[in-house]
Design a binder for this molecule. Structure first.
Ligand SMILES: CC(=O)SCCNC(=O)CCNC(=O)[C@H](O)C(C)(C)COP(=O)(O)OP(=O)(O)OC[C@H]1O[C@@H](n2cnc3c(N)ncnc32)[C@H](O)[C@@H]1OP(=O)(O)O
Ligand SMILES: O=C([O-])CC(=O)C(=O)O
Length: 378
């Protein structure tokens, strides 16, 4: 078929939900399903999770290499130093209605920050990397304290004597975390930090491909991540767990939902499909550690019962959100902050993708499979 003045391919390939479609080239990460590895800059995320922390992961994603001790110390100091937030931002956030979801507050905050960037039109790698570090430094404070403001509470002052992760957890809960709590929270940040091309990363790259700025691309990504089929699942899982108080009750609840053809949040994955998300296994071990330490395995028992049921009934396995939810609950984090935390962590990966998109840009502009009525003359 040929249209005068138009470019038209004969019959473009259509895959609903773009399943298995290769949409872009990246050197950042790859879900290598054949070797069962989550490759990040050539390293396996699961192996990394045993060796490095979230701050080192930031360096890997933004600089392309694992940092040595001095570099790690330098980034930690940088994240500590660059966390200042203009008072005007807090004024705007304090005017949001109390019914605002923290994800929407986070989205608003990111949008507002654009106005304070004196180099907003600069898309160079150097400025984008600088911007990414600054956002990563600001996001824990912005996320936690916009929530406290919504709750009508005073802001918690960041504690610069703490590590990045301990300070983040302190801002969320108001308590200085123990070493175990800090380690487990850091592990969750690392596991959430990057995952190839989920909906939110694709959204960010599509926006960045118009040469829109990093704040705009991230604002779109927050909206994407908020949905229950993506990041919003961790919040939904916890609400489900709290509906009942025993493994038997949880199994009955899930059975009821399956009978009603409802989806069970925290199970299934577009890429892993009928296999367990390897990150979920690591998070499950963290839940075991936390449960043993607290002498309270209530959520572990419930989750295991749910996992066994879903395998038997649907051949479906947990994704990271399933085990992150009870871990965050046991760390004392308010439920509405689970997905905003996911976004904070994922900002490391998202900004790396936005930088790559700006640096090797081609505008995204796909075609459609038209199902409307055929042409009829007027
Ligand atoms: C960190 C993350 O963001 S991971 C994702 C977090 N999201 C969730 O946990 C939400 C629950 N899970 C889901 O909705 C899906 O598994 C998704 C969205 C993650 C992936 O979905 P897709 O690849 O589009 O698969 P799709 O939704 O078409 O499911 C295929 C089949 O499995 C079923 N299925 C998939 N997930 C679930 C689930 N969680 N509960 C019940 N059934 C499910 C579907 O009903 C469908 O069955 P059918 O073929 O009989 O209609
Ligand atoms: O990869 C996906 O589609 C969703 C996911 O697990 C993530 O973003 O961590």
């Amino acid at each position: 078929m040929k249209w005068e003045g138009f470019y038209c391919e004969a019959e473009p390939l259509f895959k609903p939900g773009l399943q298995d479609v290769v949409a872009l080239e990246t050197s950042i990460s790859f879900l290598d399903t054949e070797s069962e590895r989550i490759l990040i800059k050539g390293f396996d995320l699961i192996e990394l999770s045993q060796e490095i922390g979230y701050v080192e992961m930031i360096h890997l994603l933004l600089e392309g290499s694992l940092p040595d001790r001095v570099q790690t110390e330098n980034i930690s100091q940088r994240l500590n130093k660059e966390c200042d937030i203009a008072e005007e931002v807090w004024t705007i956030l304090s005017q949001l209605p109390q019914t605002t979801h923290p994800m929407d507050a986070q989205r608003t905050a990111l949008s507002v920050l654009a106005g304070f960037d004196a180099d907003l039109e600069d898309r160079s790698v150097q400025t984008n990397v600088k911007r990414a570090y600054q956002l990563l430094a600001q996001l824990p404070d912005l996320t936690a304290n916009s929530y406290h403001l919504l709750q009508g509470r005073a802001r918690i002052v960041p504690d610069s004597s703490l590590s990045y992760t301990a300070n983040f957890l302190y801002l969320l809960t108001g308590h200085i975390p123990s070493k175990l709590e800090e380690r487990i929270f850091d592990l969750s940040l690392l596991l959430y930090s990057e995952h190839e091309l989920p909906n939110s990363t694709f959204t960010a790259r599509v926006i960045a491909s118009t040469l829109s700025d990093m704040y705009g691309a991230l604002t779109g990504a927050v909206s994407s991540l908020k949905g229950q089929l993506h990041g919003g699942a961790n919040e939904a899982v916890m609400k489900l767990l709290l509906e009942v108080d025993s493994p038997v009750g949880f199994v009955e609840l899930l059975q009821e939902k399956l009978k009603n053809k409802e989806k069970i949040m925290g199970f299934g994955h577009r890429v892993y499909a009928k296999k367990m998300d390897p990150r979920a296994l690591i998070m499950k071990r963290a839940l075991v550690d936390l449960s043993e330490h607290r002498g309270d395995d209530r959520f572990l028992q419930m989750c295991e019962a749910g996992e066994a049921l879903m395998e038997k009934e649907k051949g479906l396995y947990p994704n990271l959100d399933y085990y992150a939810a009870p871990v965050y609950y046991m760390l004392g984090i308010p439920i509405a902050l689970y997905t905003p935390i996911f976004f904070c962590s994922r900002t490391a990966g998202l900004t790396a993708h936005i930088i790559e998109q700006h640096d090797h840009n081609r505008l995204f502009r796909p075609r459609v499979h038209y199902t409307g009525t055929a042409y009829s003359s007027l």
